[in-house]
Design a protein around this ligand. Structure first.
Ligand SMILES: Nc1ncnc2c1ncn2[C@@H]1O[C@H](COP(=O)(O)OP(=O)(O)OP(=O)(O)O)[C@@H](O)[C@H]1O
Length: 854
């Protein structure tokens, strides 16, 4: 619960300076109200009275008492924008130029004039355009060239501590690098400004400008630059309204990226990481960016289904300054920030339109506004205790700043970092009564919160100390130089004296020569014709020598002047080279940074790859180990198995050897009886001719019966039948058309080329193609390519001997197919083999012989 606010703040009116504290100043601005009935009356410059409207009071059993609220100043309904600027924003602008941070926000119910106060329009420019105009009017003579101040970019070799100390800060660039970046910066600005398709652009360019600004003292020993950024906070999400990469078109609502990272930067102020901050050189540029931001906001809000007034906007002006010495801007950079905030309208949920989304939105807005109120109240309570802490940090960070994005960004200003001011905008119409009580109570209570200014923000003491130090060094140097000059002078005097004495000696010698000679010229009278010509000759000689000496002196002078000019020229060239070299060096530095970054990332990648390689090696080793294990296991099993088989076969052999011997003996006696019988009949045994038969009639029990295989051509079934003994009956093979003696493509009508061996053994058997094919065949022993051109089939007859020495004739059959390149491909499709054996070789005697040998 928020407590009641006291008015003690009003007592603290005196201006405070660095190291001291001051209360948050709250101003009240009344919006012109056309209706007659109103609930707010301005009593005096600082007081307003809130009265319950008669319409409300009639239905209320307990009518509320009128209540007075006091503020730093109450602007009447007819107060113009300039009045508000002079009273509220001008001191903040002064502070900004003095290096102090400042926060100014407008607060109030929807449509109470917050945006009007902050922005205004071309005819009535609000606080932002006026602040920008005032700022540039003050610093234009001491403005640094564009891009001399460059936002700090962390380098890969910096430690986290070094980075943290300079985050969101600036560095100084040399002229060469600045000129390199200038074009890119201009291009970026153009791109951002053009990206709104010119919508709403330039409304402020024709704004009404004040003829003169109150003079603001600037430090002439500093050089300034201005950077602006513009963000929106909607439903506690931060959006960059100057984001550079999206073109903004009313027909194509843009998507604003959410920036999540709020960080503490240099000087302890919070900033939105990744926000686009643009250097501007005049108020028009800054306002064009502001308008662009507003257009983006309107277009984006259409997409978000939100009205622009449902979000908070923050326009940040950062003034960057650095001392200049001997025309060179020094590295000591000072930054001050002025945040101009247009808060979303505070309204009660019951006043919002129906709809869950709207209620949620209102809830978020009220949350952040309520967060703000809670923060203020906590600070107020803590600070109200005697010698209570001023800084939020000293309070222990429990003031609730970091619960919302808005709170986090406001925190810096309550942390010994600057001045805070608030304008509470009031619509005095009577229908606003219910809203105004809480708004005014909060606004009045906020005045009890104190903030502290930064102590010596431009480090005036430090700079004075440094200036003293420099002066001391300069004096010491001057003293040393004067001593050296004295010494040199003395030496020069000595040298001069010695030269003089030498000269004197020489001169006196010459003089004495002359004098001596003169002594010889003793004129007796003007008719002394002996002395006078000699004297004239002597004088002429003297004159000639003088001329010679003058010419030599002139020559020496010319030579000296030439040398001096040469050295001056050399010096200028060297200076220029030195400058170029420095620029080059800085460029190299940047390149080095880039390369170092790349090197780091490659190193990381290589480390990762190395680790990956180690992991893969380990995996491979594991797999190999597993494989080796498996192989050993299999070997072991194989050994076991072969041992077992050996044992089995030994047993089997033992069992069968007896049986075998018995069978052999029986067979031998049977054959012997047969032979005997044949001998008795007196005839010889000849193998029977092959017969066409469907079955064997031989004794199936005999292991040595003659198997007669007959190949027959059945005219009806065209099947090859194979007769075997019934015990070893095999499944009947099927006839394959390919094996037909034709064997070539069925419908082939082309010629057949038969290649036979030169030393062909005539077989004269069945292995011949069908007669129709044979009629078209050509037989050759040696072939060349042309032979294949007009044939469709090819047969190769090949003969050799088998392992028994029997003749084998192979008949390879192939189709000859033309190829696309005009050649011929030979595709073998079949082979017939005929083995011829001698039936005599298997005579009964031989069998008997064989059997008896076994
Ligand atoms: N002091 C004033 N003088 C003249 N017109 C005003 C004044 N204050 C506000 N207005 C007008 O009132 C209307 C609403 O004002 P404005 O948009 O500034 O309200 P707001 O508080 O910013 O609303 P929201 O919370 O919706 O953003 C505008 O048309 C504006 O021109």
């Amino acid at each position: 619960m928020l407590g009641r606010y006291s008015r003690s703040a009003m007592k603290v009116q005196k201006r405070v300076y660095a190291g001291e504290t001051e209360p948050v100043k709250v101003y009240c601005r009344l919006k012109p109200c056309p209706t007659a009935e109103r609930c707010i009356t301005r009593i005096d410059k600082q007081t307003i009275l809130l009265t319950e409207p008669s319409s409300e009071a009639r239905g209320n059993r307990n009518p509320r008492d009128p209540k007075e609220y006091k503020f730093s100043k109450v602007f009447a309904e007819n107060a113009d924008q300039k009045d508000v600027f002079d009273e509220v924003a001008l001191p903040l602008l002064r502070d900004l130029i003095r290096g102090q941070n400042g926060l100014l926000f407008t607060y109030g119910v929807t449509s109470s004039g917050k945006t009007y106060t902050m922005m205004g329009d071309a005819k009535h420019p609000g606080l932002i355009p006026r602040t920008l105009d005032g700022l540039f009017a003050s610093i234009h003579e001491v403005q640094a060239p564009l891009c001399v101040f460059k936002p700090f970019v962390p380098k890969s070799y910096m430690t986290q501590k070094e980075i943290a100390a300079r985050l969101n800060g600036f560095v100084i660039q040399d002229e060469y690098s600045a000129s390199q970046e200038r074009k890119a910066q201009e291009k970026l600005k153009r791109k951002i400004l053009q990206s709104t398709n010119g919508q709403n652009q330039g409304a402020f360019s024709g704004r009404k400008r004040d003829s003169a600004f109150p003079e603001i003292q600037v430090d002439n020993f500093l050089r300034y630059s201005v950077f602006v950024s513009y963000i929106e906070i909607y439903k506690d999400c931060v959006f960059d309204l100057l984001q550079k990469d999206d073109s903004v078109d009313a027909n194509k609502p843009t998507t604003l990226r959410i920036l999540k990272d709020l960080r503490r930067g240099v000087g302890g102020t919070y900033f939105v990481a990744g926000v686009n901050e643009i250097e501007v050189q005049n108020a028009d540029e800054a306002l064009a960016l502001l308008e662009r931001g507003q257009t983006v906001r309107q277009i984006a809000s259409t997409k978000l289904n939100a009205e622009s007034s449902r979000s908070h906007t923050i326009f940040n002006i950062r003034l960057v300054a650095a001392p200049i010495e001997d025309g060179v801007i020094q590295e000591d950079v000072f930054i001050s920030l002025l945040s101009l905030v247009d808060l979303a309208g505070s309204e009660r949920a019951k006043n919002t339109e129906n709809g869950a989304e709207r209620l949620k939105e209102a809830g978020k807005i009220n949350n952040s506004l309520m967060g703000l109120r809670v923060m203020m109240e906590t600070l107020r309570q803590k600070q109200s205790s005697k010698n209570g802490p001023i800084r939020e940090k000293a309070i222990g960070g429990d003031a609730g700043f970091r619960h919302t994005k808005l709170g986090t960004l406001f925190q810096s200003f309550f942390d010994e970092q600057g001045t805070v001011k608030m304008i509470v905008c009031i619509n005095p119409a009577s229908n606003q009564y219910n809203e105004l009580g809480s708004v005014l109570a909060f606004a009045e209570g906020t005045q009890d919160v104190r903030t502290a200014l930064r102590d010596d923000p431009y480090d005036t003491k430090g700079r004075a100390r440094k200036a003293e130090e420099r002066e001391r060094k300069r004096q010491e140097q001057a003293l040393e130089e004067s001593r050296q000059a004295e010494r040199a002078k003395r030496k020069a005097q000595e040298m001069e004296a010695s030269a003089h004495s030498t000269y004197q000696e020489e001169h006196s010698k010459r003089r004495s020569d002359i004098t001596m000679t003169f002594h010889g010229f003793l004129l007796h009278d003007h008719t002394d014709t002996r002395t006078l010509p000699a004297l004239a000759e002597y004088l002429e000689e003297r004159i000639r020598r003088h001329k010679q000496m003058a010419a030599s002196l002139m020559e020496q002078e010319t030579e000296f002047a030439r040398r001096l000019a040469y050295m001056t020229q050399q010096n200028t060239t060297l200076k220029r080279e030195n400058l170029a070299f420095r620029a080059h060096l800085s460029h190299r530095d940047d390149q080095f940074d880039e390369l170092y970054k790349k090197y780091q990332s490659l190193l990381e990648e290589s480390n990762m790859n190395h680790q990956h390689k180690i992991d893969l090696g380990r995996e491979l080793q594991d797999l190999m180990d597993a494989h080796e294990e498996e192989r050993k296991e299999w070997q072991r099993r194989l050994q076991e198995e072969s041992l077992r088989m050996e044992e089995d076969s030994d047993n089997f052999r033992d069992e069968n050897s007896l049986e075998d011997r018995r069978k052999k003996q029986a067979t031998a006696s049977r054959v012997r009886t047969m032979v005997q019988r044949v001998n008795e009949s007196g005839s010889t045994v000849t193998p029977s001719a092959p017969t066409i038969s469907n079955s064997s009639t031989l004794d199936s029990s005999s292991r040595y019966q003659l198997r007669k295989t007959t190949i027959a051509k059945s005219s009806t079934s065209k099947k090859v039948t194979c007769t075997t003994d019934s015990a070893n009956r095999q499944p009947l093979p099927h006839y394959n058309r390919r094996h037909n003696a034709g064997g070539f493509r069925r419908n082939s009508r082309g010629k057949l080329l038969v290649q036979t061996s030169e030393k062909r053994v005539p077989v004269g058997t069945i292995m011949k193609p069908s007669s129709s094919v044979m009629k078209r065949s050509v037989s050759k022993t040696r072939l060349n390519m042309e032979d294949f051109m007009d044939v469709e089939a090819y047969a190769l007859e090949h003969q050799d001997a088998d392992s028994q020495g029997n003749l084998q004739t192979h008949y390879y059959k192939a189709d000859v197919i033309p190829t696309c390149s005009g050649g011929r491909a030979v595709v073998f499709s079949d082979v017939e083999t005929l083995t011829q054996t001698d039936p005599q070789a298997e005579s009964v005697e031989m069998i008997v012989e064989k059997v008896s040998r076994r």
